[in-house]
Design a protein around this ligand. Structure first.
Ligand SMILES: Cc1ncc(COP(=O)(O)O)c(C=O)c1O
Length: 451
C-alpha cells in the first residue's frame, strides 16, 4: 500500500490552485462543465500531485477506476511486461493474458456466467450486453432506473436517465425509465426512509401500458451511483427478477463501479442471496485506471447469439495489454485482501460521516455501502431541501484543502457527495479526509449560510 508523506489535513496551508493552462482554454472541448484549476503532474497511491507541488487526497479514485490507488506497482509491472511482449492485436487473435483473465473471472462466477468478451469502456460493455440481449430475445425494449448512468454510446445513453439527455435528438425506440428506489426522496411521494417497493410495481404498471410486446432487457447498477448513491432495498432484486421473468426481460447488472469489491462484496449483485443476472458488465474497477471492460453472460445466450451471427468487433476487443493489467489487478485484490479492506474501511468511513452528520445540520443523509458512499447536503433537514450552492462551495473548499471529492448535482434530487476512495485506503487517510470535510463544511456554512 502506498502511503503519503504527510496526508491532507485541516492545518495544511490552503494555497489557492492556479488556473489551468491557456492552452486548455484555446484548444480543449469542455465535456463536463469547467475543468478543475491546476494541472496534475503525478499520482501515487491515494494521492495526486499538482504542478504547485500540492499533495491532494483523491477520494474518487480518479473516475472511480484506480481502485488499487494510482500507479500501483503491480499494474505498472504488468504494463511494462506487456510492452516487452504484445500490446495490441487483430481482433480475431488471442493471447495468453486474455485467456488467463477469462479463467480468473470465470472462477469467481456461477455456472450461468461463464462466457465473456473484453472491451475498453463501460459504455461499450453495456452496449455489447444490450446488443446480445436484443439478438437473443428478438425484442428491443429496454428498462432502466430513472437515476441511471450506463454510458454515452447509442444504446447505453438511451438508457441513461440521470442527466445529459437533452439536446441530442431522439434516442433509440423502446426505452423506459423505472423510478429509482430513493427512500430519502421517494420518487412517487409514498415512502420515507424505508422503501416498500411500491415504486417498482407502479413503474412496471406504467411501463406495461407503454410496452409494445418486444422485451429485451432491464439494466441496473447495484448502487445507483450518478443518480445519487442509492442502495437497493432488501428483497428488491428478487422482486425485480420476478417482474422481469414475467415479461421476458433479461437482466443486465452494470457493475462498472461495483465489481471486485467496492461494496465490500466481490460483486454487487451478490447483495441478494440467490440472485444472478443474465449479463454482468464490468469496467472501471476491472482496469484499475486503464481502459478495460468485460461483458459476461451464459453459454446458452452466447451460443444462440453466435448462431445468429453476433458481431461486436471493436478496435481494442481482446487486446493483450489491458488484459494483462486486469490479471495483475485481480491478483493484488486476492493477495492483499482488498475486498475485506473495502468492507472494513467502508464501515469506518460511514461511521465517521455519521458523526459529522451529528455536528453539521446541512448533512441531510449519509448512505451507500462499502467504499461507495453518498453524503447529501441540504438547507433544511426536515424539508430535505437541496442545497446545491452550499454543496459546490464545500466541494471547492475541500479541494483547496487538498481533498478531492466529487459532488453530483441533480435537478429535483439534490446535491450529493460521491465518495469512492481506493480499496487500499487507510484509517489515517480517512481521518484526514474527515477532518478536511469537517473544516470545509464549518467554513462554508459560516460564509454562505445554510444556502
Ligand atoms: C455504472 C456505470 N456504467 C457505465 C458507465 C460508463 O462507463 P464509461 O465512461 O467507461 O463508458 C459509467 C461511467 O461513469 C458508470 O458509472
Amino acid at each position: 500500500m502506498t502511503q503519503s508523506r504527510s496526508g491532507a489535513g485541516p492545518a495544511a496551508p490552503a494555497a489557492a490552485p492556479v488556473p489551468h493552462s491557456p492552452v486548455a482554454d484555446a484548444h480543449l472541448i469542455r465535456y463536463a462543465g469547467p475543468f478543475i484549476p491546476g494541472l496534475v503532474v503525478r499520482a501515487q497511491g491515494a494521492y495526486i500531485y499538482d504542478d504547485q507541488g500540492r499533495e491532494i487526497l483523491d477520494f474518487t479514485s480518479g473516475q472511480m477506476c484506480a481502485i488499487l490507488g494510482h500507479n500501483h506497482p503491480d499494474i505498472v509491472a504488468a504494463i511494462t511486461e506487456a510492452c516487452r511482449n504484445v500490446i495490441h492485436l487483430h481482433s480475431s487473435q488471442l493471447s495468453p493474458p486474455v485467456l488467463e483473465l477469462a479463467q480468473r473471472i470465470a472462477a469467481q462466477l456461477p455456472p450461468q456466467l461463464q462466457k465473456m468478451i473484453f472491451l475498453s469502456t463501460g459504455s461499450e460493455s453495456n452496449e455489447a450486453a444490450l446488443r446480445m440481449a436484443k439478438l437473443y430475445r428478438g425484442g428491443f425494449e429496454v428498462y432502466a432506473f430513472s437515476g441511471s448512468w450506463h454510458g454515452l454510446t447509442g444504446g447505453a445513453s438511451a438508457s441513461t436517465y440521470a442527466f445529459g439527455r437533452q439536446g441530442y435528438g431522439p434516442t433509440v425506440p423502446g426505452v423506459q425509465a423505472i423510478p429509482t428506489p430513493n427512500c430519502y426522496r421517494c420518487p412517487i411521494r409514498h415512502c420515507r426512509d424505508r422503501c416498500d417497493m411500491t415504486c417498482l410495481d407502479a413503474g412496471f404498471d406504467l411501463a406495461d401500458r407503454q410496452a409494445v410486446g418486444a422485451p429485451a432487457a432491464f439494466m441496473f447498477e447495484p448502487i445507483i451511483s450518478a443518480g445519487g448513491i442509492i442502495d437497493l432495498p432488501p428483497g428488491y432484486l428478487t422482486r425485480l427478477r420476478q417482474l422481469c421473468d414475467q415479461r421476458g426481460l433479461l437482466i443486465i447488472a452494470d457493475e462498472a463501479q461495483t465489481a471486485f469489491g467496492r461494496m465490500g462484496l466481490l460483486f454487487g449483485y451478490r447483495q441478494e442471496p440467490g440472485f444472478v443476472p443474465d449479463f454482468l458488465t464490468m469496467s472501471k474497477s476491472l482496469g484499475g485506471g486503464l481502459p478495460l471492460s468485460a461483458t459476461v453472460t451464459s453459454a446458452e445466450i452466447e451460443e444462440t447469439c453466435y448462431s445468429r451471427g453476433f458481431i461486436h468487433a471493436t478496435s481494442h476487443v481482446s487486446d493483450p495489454m489491458p488484459a494483462a493489467v486486469g490479471v495483475a489487478l485481480l491478483k493484488v485484490i486476492a493477495r492483499d485482501g482488498l475486498v475485506e479492506n473495502a468492507r472494513r474501511m467502508g464501515e469506518y468511513l460511514k461511521a465517521q460521516l455519521r458523526e459529522l452528520q451529528k455536528k453539521h445540520e446541512c448533512i441531510g443523509d449519509v448512505r451507500g455501502r462499502g467504499l461507495l458512499l453518498g453524503v447529501e447536503i441540504v438547507s433544511d433537514r426536515d424539508q430535505r431541501t437541496p442545497a446545491p450552492t452550499l454543496g459546490t462551495a464545500i466541494s471547492e473548499r475541500c479541494y483547496e484543502l487538498r481533498l478531492s471529492m466529487n459532488i453530483v448535482r441533480l435537478p429535483a434530487v439534490g446535491s450529493i457527495f460521491r465518495i469512492a476512495p481506493p480499496f487500499t485506503i487507510t484509517r489515517t487517510q480517512i481521518d484526514s479526509a474527515i477532518a478536511v470535510l469537517d473544516q470545509a463544511i464549518g467554513e462554508c456554512v459560516a460564509k454562505h449560510g445554510a444556502e
